[in-house]
Design a protein around this ligand. Structure first.
Ligand code: MLT
Length: 244
């Protein structure tokens, strides 16, 4: 298995696909997607384009759908939810399809959607992603961070590092056997430095600070937890994720 980390959708190659792509948006889209599926959502359908989300979800019965829209960290008016994982309670999402569009996370999912296997990972379900990789041994794995409008995000890279770090611990592979690019080695170093203090790292990260200004303390606390959900979102058709 060779891992490749790409920090943003913009840095992700467009001329090939890996055997397995893992989209990461710790703050907060992939945390929200995992939480919604864990709470019993029928599926999560991701859109980079809000108008398309509205059009497609219009075809679903109102009682079977939820629209989640976020831009710049804030809820989009006309949607039922923003992008807080804490809103994805079983009472709200059970049996419904979550139609979601966010600033960067859904773009990361879209940029790898042609890959034969597409997963969504965050810190909350890191172990589930690692278990999938250990059980299926895909030859090439891309860990694609969402970043923020083309720029690097600490929290996505630390999650990529958490996945790589756990793979190293659970196999006999050395770093240079596992790492397909330098970004993997940097991501492992970042996780090694912050693994016991992820919440503090999120408080220093630019998007963490943005969310704190919007009263996002509880979201940061939730998203900083590691290995608390067993659910692994997997793409069953382009843009549609279900529980693995
Ligand atoms: C994104 O897609 O950029 C994020 O998930 C933004 C957010 O925190 O809602």
């Amino acid at each position: 298995m060779k891992l490749f980390v790409y920090h943003t959708p913009e840095l992700t190659p467009t001329d090939k696909v890996p055997d397995c792509a893992i989209a990461i948006d710790v703050l907060r889209a992939t945390t929200t997607i995992a939480t919604a599926l864990n709470a019993g959502a029928e599926a999560v359908q991701a859109f980079s384009d809000l108008e398309k989300l509205m059009r497609v979800s219009e075809e679903w019965p109102v009682e079977k759908r939820l629209r989640a829209g976020e831009r710049g960290g804030a809820k989009v008016s006309g949607c039922d939810l923003g992008n807080s994982p804490l809103d994805c309670t079983p009472e709200r999402v059970k049996g419904r399809r979550l139609f979601i569009s966010t600033t960067n996370g859904t773009r990361a999912l879209q940029c790898v959607q042609a890959s034969p296997v597409v997963l969504a990972a965050a810190l909350v379900n890191r172990a589930a992603a690692v278990q999938y990789l250990l059980a299926n041994s895909p030859e090439t794995v891309w860990l694609v961070g969402s970043g923020w409008q083309g720029a690097y995000s600490l929290e996505d890279t630390v999650c990529a590092g958490a996945i790589a770090h756990s793979l190293l611990q659970q196999t006999t592979n050395s770093v240079d056997e596992l790492a397909g690019n330098d970004e993997v080695i940097a991501a492992i170093a970042l996780y090694s430095q912050w693994q016991d203090n992820l919440l503090e790292m999120f408080r220093q990260a630019s998007h963490g600070q943005r969310l704190l200004l919007m009263d996002g303390h509880d979201d940061l606390n939730y998203c900083a937890q590691t290995d608390v959900l067993e659910v692994l979102p997997i793409q069953k058709e382009p843009g549609v994720l279900v529980r693995n």
